[in-house]
Design a protein around this ligand. Structure first.
Ligand code: ADP
Length: 461
C-alpha cells in the first residue's frame, strides 16, 4: 500500500548518520540531498549525497542545522519529497515535523503529536502507567518546590534522581543521596535543564543502584502494524551516555526477553506509534525491569540490531514513510514471527575524547587515518580520512565500529582486532579505552551494569 513515492530525500543532519541515510536511500533508487553549515564546508557528508546545499547562512555551527526556515526553503526549492532528521538536532522537534507536514513534505518519523508526547518524560511515564508497564517510582507531575521533593523522599527514600522533563543525552540529571543536598541539586538541575533544553521543569525518580540499560527497537507502519526487533544492552555508559552497546543482551533469558519486548510493544501499540522508535528500560539485579523513556527516532546504536536481525531499519523507515505496510514486499515483515535474531553484535563509539584527560574532546587535523575492517566488521563514519579537519563544533564521534559474530566472544574478538587495526593520529581518541572495555572480564562475561565504567579505574590505564 503506497501513499506517495519518495524520489528526492533531504537529510537534515550531518556526519555519520547523514551518510548512513544516504546509503540506505541510494540503494532504494532515491536521489539524496545534503545540507551543510558554513563550518561544515568540507565535511564529507556533503560529498556523499547527490546534491548539497548550504543551510543557515551566517549562523553558528549548531544553529545552522536547527534553522527550520532555511531547511524548508531548501527543500521546497529543490523538489524534496521527504526529510529524514537523523538523531539529535531536529529529530525530536515536533514543530519541525509539523512544519514539514504543513508544507507537504514527508517527515520520516512518527507524527508530531507522538514526538510531543514522548518528548515530555512525565507524559511518557503516564502513558507507560496507563499501558500497565512497570515504571520506577517517580513524581506524577513536574515538581516546583522543595516541599514536594521532601514529600517524595519521605515516601520512597534516597537516593533520588532529578531529571529534566525534556531531558536527553544523559544531560541535566542529578543524583541526590541525602536531604541536605536536595535544595542545591534541585536548583542546579533546573538551571541545567533550562540552559540545555529550554525547559526548566524537572521531576523525580527513585535512583536505582547498578541497573542494566536494556532498550527495545520498535518498528511500526501507518496502518496499525507494529513489531519489535529485540533488545540492545547499553549499560556501558559514561555520565549516563552510551559508549559500547551489545545486541542481544547477555543478561536476559528467553522469558525475560519476551516480557520486556512485549511490554515495549504494548506501550507503542497503545500510543499508535509508527516508524522506528526505541523503548528504554532499566533492569535491576533482581531481574525487575522498569520503563524510563521512549526515543521517537533512529538511534546511534541501531546498527547492532540490523546485524542480528538482517533488517535495514533506515530503509524500513523510508518505506513506512511512503505509506507501505510492514507486510508489503518492500519491507517484507509479514508478522512478528518473521523477525529472528541470530548471533551477537557489539558497537563501539570511537570518539576524539581523551580518556587520560577527563574525556575532553580533541580537535585538529588528522595526520594519519588507517581503518580496521574485514569479515564481520561494519564501519559507520564519514569524518575520518588522512588530512581531515576535525572541528570542535560538533559531536566528538569519529566512527562507529560494529562487529558481528556467531558468539558474543567472537564478536568481542573481532572488535578488539578492529580497534587495534585502527591508526588515528593528529587527534586524541578513546581507542585505548575501548580496548580496555572489550577485554575486561566483566564485559566479556556480561556481568556489567551502568556503574561499570565509573567503578573500574583499570579501564583508564
Ligand atoms: P536521557 O534521555 O538523557 O538519555 P534517560 O532517562 O534515558 O536519559 O537515562 C539515561 C541513563 O541515566 C540511563 O541509561 C541510566 O544509566 C541513568 N538513569 C536514568 N534514570 C535512572 C534511575 N531512575 N535510576 C538509575 N539510573 C538512571
Amino acid at each position: 500500500m503506497l501513499g506517495r513515492k519518495i524520489n528526492r530525500l533531504l537529510v537534515a543532519n550531518r556526519g555519520e548518520i547523514a551518510i548512513r541515510i544516504f546509503r540506505a536511500a541510494t540503494e532504494l533508487g532515491i536521489r539524496t540531498v545534503a545540507v551543510y553549515s558554513e563550518q561544515d564546508n568540507v565535511s564529507i557528508h556533503r560529498f556523499k549525497a547527490d546534491e548539497s546545499y548550504l543551510v543557515g547562512a551566517g549562523k553558528g555551527p549548531i544553529e545552522a542545522y536547527l534553522d527550520i526556515d532555511s531547511i524548508i526553503e531548501i527543500a521546497k526549492r529543490n523538489d524534496i519529497d521527504a526529510i529524514h532528521p537523523g538523531y539529535g538536532f531536529l529529530a525530536e522537534n515536533a514543530e519541525f515535523a509539523k512544519r514539514c507536514q504543513d508544507e507537504g513534505i514527508i517527515f520520516i518519523g512518527p507524527s508530531p503529536e507522538l514526538i510531543d508526547k514522548f518528548g515530555d518524560k512525565v507524559e511518557a511515564r503516564r502513558l507507560a502507567i496507563e499501558a500497565n508497564i512497570p515504571v520506577i517510582p517517580g513524581t506524577p507531575e513536574p515538581i516546583e518546590t522543595l516541599q514536594e521533593a521532601l514529600l517524595f523522599a519521605k515516601e520512597y527514600g534516597y537516593p533520588i534522581i532529578i531529571k529534566g522533563v525534556s531531558g536527553g543525552g544523559g544531560r541535566g540529571m542529578r543524583i541526590v543521596r541525602s536531604q541536605d543536598e536536595l535544595q542545591d541539586s534541585l536548583d542546579r538541575a533546573r538551571s541545567e535543564a533550562r540552559s540545555s533544553f529550554g525547559n526548566a521543569k524537572v521531576y523525580l525518580e527513585r535512583y536505582l543502584e547498578q541497573p542494566k540499560h536494556i532498550e527495545v527497537q520498535i518498528l511500526g507502519d501507518n496502518h496499525g502494524n507494529i513489531v519489535h526487533l529485540f533488545e540492545r544492552d547499553c549499560s556501558v555508559q559514561r555520565r549516563h551516555q552510551k559508549v559500547v552497546e551489545v545486541a542481544p543482551s547477555l543478561s536476559l533469558d528467553d522469558k525475560l526477553r519476551e516480557e520486556i519486548c512485549q511490554s515495549a510493544l504494548t506501550l507503542m501499540q497503545k500510543a499508535g506509534y509508527s516508524n522506528a522508535g526505541t523503548v528504554e528500560f532499566l533492569l535491576t539485579p533482581d531481574n525487575r525491569f522498569y520503563f524510563i523513556e521512549v526515543n521517537p527516532r533512529i538511534q546511534v546504536e541501531h546498527t547492532i540490531t540490523e546485524l542480528i536481525t538482517g533488517i535495514d531499519i533506515v530503509q524500513a523507515q523510508i518505506r513506512v514513510a511512503e505509506g507501505h505496510a510492514l507486510s508489503d514486499e518492500e519491507i517484507g515483515i509479514a508478522d512478528q514471527s518473521q523477525i529472528q535474531m541470530s548471533g551477537f553484535a557489539i558497537q563501539c563509539r570511537v570518539t576524539t575524547e581523551d580518556a587520560e584527560n577527563n574525556f575532553l574532546p580533541d580537535a585538529g587535523r588528522l595526520s594519519a587515518w588507517r581503518s580496521g575492517g574485514g569479515f564481520g566488521v561494519r564501519l559507520d563514519g564519514g569524518n575520518g580520512y588522512p588530512g581531515a579537519i576535525i572541528t570542535p563544533f560538533y559531536d566528538s564521534l569519529l566512527v562507529k565500529i560494529s562487529t558481528y559474530g556467531t558468539s558474543f566472544d567472537q564478536a568481542a574478538r573481532k572488535m578488539l582486532r578492529t580497534l587495534r587495526e585502527f591508526r588515528i593520529r593528529g587527534v586524541k581518541t578513546n581507542l585505548p579505552f575501548l580496548e580496555n572495555v572489550v577485554t575486561h572480564p566483566d564485559f566479556l562475561s556480561g556481568s556489567y551494569d551502568t556503574s561499570f565504567i565509573d567503578t573500574k579505574p583499570e579501564l583508564f590505564i
